[in-house]
Design a protein around this ligand. Structure first.
Ligand code: IPE
Ligand code: IPE
Ligand code: MG
Length: 249
């Protein structure tokens, strides 16, 4: 373990353990710019980004954050050059193969949200394998959004509910937030308390649109590959200073 990994293993003393976000979501942005700044191809940024994500999973585990959801590939990311898309798909698959054993050992439960059926078959197999191998783990719930779009998630829930209405299983006026939530990609994934986006962009980019209704948003200028424990510490400090009112006074 390097010095970088040994510092800040325990929850920093200025953070209140009882006021941590239960569920953190991250839009891992800026891999391309990170690489460009170093004169490297964009894919190097994606490669480095994997290390940053691994470290964040560990950090959540060490500090007591129960759920982490990471945006890995959006439904709009197919519009990128096909070399980059191919590289990302291959990277996801390799990382899943390489990291599975350790995730099992560290009690991580991994799951995926998104339209997974159109991902490369070999990647789907690894997704299934990792999901099944970790489904009984009781540690951090680590959700990866792959070929994910918030609008698509809402639409597919609408279709599923409409079919049930059509078939007479439910009445239209029985559709409420609870029922809708049961038809999302994963009903077990609650709302994030904190959304972190790196690289300074001030938008949601179609991420968890329904679930973000009351998320606290934290934006950092750091590019994703540079997102460290110290950065996460800053995000959590900012979160703990927020007054979450949920519409109340
Ligand atoms: C985020 O980094 C990774 C993915 C969207 C897969 P980007 O690739 O968007 O990096 P920038 O925003 O171009 O710097
Ligand atoms: C959002 O980043 C998607 C992921 C991080 C996977 P993008 O880089 O695709 O978002 P835009 O295009 O800047 O909105
Ligand atoms: Mg980007």
């Amino acid at each position: 373990m390097t010095a970088k990994h040994t510092i800040l293993q325990k929850l920093p003393s200025d953070l209140a353990p009882d006021r941590l976000p239960q569920h953190v979501a991250v839009i891992m942005d800026g891999n391309g710019r990170w690489a460009k700044r170093r004169g490297l191809p964009r894919i190097e940024g994606h490669r480095q980004g994997v290390d940053a994500l691994k470290e964040l999973v560990r950090c959540c585990h060490d500090w007591g954050v129960k759920a982490l959801t990471a945006y890995a590939f959006s439904t709009e990311n197919w519009k990128r050059p096909h070399e980059e898309v191919d590289f990302l798909m291959m990277l996801f698959e390799r990382v899943l193969i390489r990291e599975l054993e350790e995730m099992v050992r560290e009690n991580v439960r991994i799951q995926f949200v998104g339209n997974l059926a159109v991902l490369p078959r070999s990647l789907q197999s690894q997704i299934d394998r990792a999901t099944v191998a970790t489904e009984h783990n009781g540690g951090i719930l680590f959700t990866i959004a792959a070929n994910y779009g918030g609008r698509q998630e809402i639409l597919q829930a609408c279709r599923a509910i409409a079919t049930k209405v059509e078939q007479g299983h439910i009445q239209a006026d029985e559709i409420d937030e609870e029922l809708f939530s049961q038809h999302r990609y994963t009903a077990n994934l609650g709302d994030p308390d904190l959304l972190i986006r790196t690289s300074g962009e001030l938008r949601l980019s179609n991420f968890l649109l329904w679930q973000m209704a009351y998320a606290e948003i934290y934006i950092t200028e750091a590019f994703w590959p540079d997102f460290s424990r110290a950065e996460f510490h800053r995000a959590l400090s900012a979160y703990q200073k927020r007054d979450r009112r949920f519409g109340k006074v």
